[in-house]
Design a binder for this molecule. Structure first.
Ligand code: HEM
Length: 177
């Protein structure tokens, strides 16, 4: 390989690296009580980004029946540059457990994440309908109740929210009720 080709290859690797680190482009964005949720629906997949001013966990939950009960939660934190994202289910009105512990499956794919300037961001994809009974089926049409929350400055899922909010949204159009 000559020098010009080597330089071009390095450039290509660099561009791919930057695109991966930035994650997807999103079609919609909502800010509620300090948590930002951006998303895009691509066929059967929801691409999402959640961020809040915390050095601990950030999360979204979909379609609770009461408080946290029955919601499909995705929580994540970033510790020493490593992104941890989990797929949980609201097994009680004030608690949640991992889908896998409950006998279901983990259906979240980590796309990226960062903790910069005291702001934690996670990016992930989930299926609109995973087939797991511990995930709610997401729809492009009609109302979806989205919960937002973030925890204190601790890289652990144990402490409860420092802040939380709820919004009813049409995931297809981005319209907020
Ligand atoms: C990480 C561990 C979590 C713990 C230990 C926890 C614990 C609790 C507790 C004790 C309550 C009742 C008292 C209160 O209102 O603060 C509650 C309520 C609630 N939590 Fe959580 N929570 C956690 C995560 C989450 C997440 C990730 C979300 C949403 C993304 C969430 C959404 C809610 C909502 C919507 C309520 C009901 C508020 C109301 O209507 O009274 N929680 N949680």
């Amino acid at each position: 390989m000559n020098r010009t080709m080597a330089v071009m290859m390095c450039g290509l690797i660099f561009i791919c690296g930057v695109v991966t680190a930035q994650g997807a482009d999103y079609d919609h964005e909502i800010e509620q009580k300090g948590t930002t949720f951006a998303w895009k629906i691509d066929g059967d997949t929801l691409h999402a980004k959640v961020s809040a001013k915390t050095k601990g966990w950030v999360a979204v939950g979909f379609n609770p029946s009461k408080k946290m009960q029955d919601a499909n939660f995705i929580l994540g934190y970033v510790k020493d540059g490593e992104v941890t994202v989990v797929d949980h289910f609201g097994d009680k009105a004030t608690s949640h457990s991992s889908d896998e512990e409950l006998g279901g499956t983990s259906d979240v794919t980590v796309v990226g994440g960062s903790e910069e300037g005291g702001v934690t961001t996670i990016e992930f994809t989930i299926p609109m309908d995973s087939g797991d009974k511990y995930d709610s089926v997401l729809s492009k049409d009609g109302d979806t109740v989205v919960l937002f929350a973030y925890g204190p400055d601790r890289d652990s899922f144990k402490p409860r929210h420092k802040n939380r909010a709820e919004v009813t949204v049409n995931l297809g159009s981005g319209a907020v009720k």
